[in-house]
Design a protein around this ligand. Structure first.
Ligand SMILES: *Cc1c(COP(=O)(O)O)cnc(C)c1O
Length: 431
């Protein structure tokens, strides 16, 4: 983030950070640079770019001017020094781990995670001979015990998906710091408006840009933000960053680029060789979305509180797990760590069990039954039969996605209309 921007507030930065009038045309809105390649000034310029002696645009698998604006904007909002955008939230998680892990290494992770992340961590990353250890982050002894010589990161979500749980990020950051490990926080469900993990001690932040950042259900995207604060050379555990990189004439990223080592490695090695590129159209939609992030998040939070309070009183509803409610065991933590609000993602448990859940979903009109969240529209899903289907029953319950659970992603429509929709669907399901 440039010094000129640091004096501005969040609402200003969400519109201006990273963007300048187009140098060629003066276009005020960031153009969609739909170009694969960029003309070199001369052969020396080309050579300097390829040797990372100069930073600039070469080929859009690595960097693209529209995507670069989005990267700077997200990094600024998160209080990081750099960001890499990529093709999806899941790509961002792999891209985040890639410089840290070698075969045989593990990541100690919260057991309260988005179902897709549990599957990625418990199954797919094993093909790289990486592994994860899912633990209850509220059990400090269990977290410290899970960390071993091969652990390379601690991973958690800020506000967790499917919902109801919020991570005590400062407490987890202390454990990571004691162990000399980077803390990676998936900040998808909170966004930088409700939570800035870097200010609480996180090293890296990952996002599914697909969700609230874009906010309108149009694109797939991901981001990895670096705080620039971690010493990658101190422990000898991160050779990709501290040791010579053979594909760049033996360049050592940390020694050469200092705090920018992780971000530059993410572009120069991660994007170059993994190729999980974000396209400029997606970056454009995401930039549009972020311009209104604070306004939308305020409304999401207010609607979620109104609706969860109403649901808690309904006879059909056995439980509402939303940390914004005083009845939540995480309410005090939410007020302390997430004072601007508890997000808009929560689950309800229906007394009528599996059947009542399915019937409620089928009777809702305004709520859309989709495998997505963080849209301006209100969304509903039955995780046990969809997003969390691949998990064992035990994992489903640990993730808060048992058979009697519905997940709601509250949108920014008129709260009374959403309540009326829920009322008629709950009544139809219990008739
Ligand atoms: C959706 C989601 C992801 C995955 O992001 P995609 O963009 O769908 O790949 C990761 N973490 C959380 C918390 C999510 O909600």
């Amino acid at each position: 983030m440039s010094d000129a921007l640091s004096k501005y507030g969040f609402e200003t930065l969400q519109i201006h950070a990273g963007a300048r009038p187009d140098a060629a045309t003066g276009a005020r809105q960031t153009p969609i640079y739909q170009s694969t390649a960029y003309v070199f000034q001369d052969s020396d310029h080309a050579a300097a770019l390829f040797d990372l002696k100069e930073i600039g645009f070469i080929y859009s698998r690595l960097t693209n001017p529209t995507v670069a604006v989005l990267q700077e904007r997200i990094a600024t909002l998160e209080g990081g020094i750099g960001a890499i955008c990529c093709s999806s939230g899941h790509a961002a998680q792999l891209l985040a781990l890639f410089p840290l892990m070698t075969p045989g290494c593990n990541v100690v992770s919260s057991n309260r995670l988005y179902g897709g992340t549990v599957t990625q961590f418990n199954n797919t990353i094993k093909r790289f001979n990486w592994s994860s250890k899912l633990v209850d982050l509220d059990d400090e002894c269990a977290v410290r015990e899970a960390i071993d010589d091969n652990t390379r990161a601690i991973f958690c979500e800020s506000i967790s998906n499917p919902g109801g749980y919020v991570t005590d990020i400062p407490a987890v950051a202390r454990i990571a710091e004691d162990a000399g490990l980077p803390l990676i926080v998936d900040n998808t469900a909170a966004t930088a408006y409700l939570c800035q993990p870097i200010s609480m001690g996180a090293t890296l932040v990952v996002h599914s840009v697909t969700k609230y950042l874009t906010g309108n259900g149009t694109v797939m995207g991901g981001a990895v933000v670096d705080s620039g604060t971690f010493d990658w050379s101190a422990s000898g555990k991160f050779p990709s960053l501290s040791e010579p990189e053979s594909a760049y004439h033996g360049l050592k990223f940390h020694e050469t680029f200092g705090p920018y080592a992780y971000t530059l490695h993410g572009v120069a090695v991660g994007m170059r060789d993994l190729g999980m590129t974000m396209n400029p159209q997606a970056a454009h939609y995401s930039l549009m979305g972020i311009e209104t992030l604070s306004l939308r998040m305020e409304r999401h939070v207010a609607n979620a509180l109104t609706i969860s309070t109403w649901l808690e009183k309904r006879p059909e509803v056995a439980e509402v797990t939303f940390s914004g409610l005083p009845s939540s065991p995480y309410h005090e933590r939410q007020k302390r760590v997430y004072p601007k609000g508890a997000g808009a993602l929560f689950t309800i448990r229906l007394s009528g069990g599996y059947d009542a859940c399915v019937k409620t979903v089928d009777n809702l009109q305004l709520f859309s039954h989709v495998a997505n969240l963080g849209d301006a529209r209100s969304l509903v899903i039955h995780p046990a039969s969809t997003t969390h289907r691949q998990l064992t029953d035990e994992q489903k319950i640990a993730a808060g996605a048992g058979p009697d659970v519905l997940r709601l992603s509250i949108g920014i429509e008129t709260a009374e209309d959403l309540i009326e929709d829920l009322r008629q669907a709950l009544e139809a399901a219990s008739a």
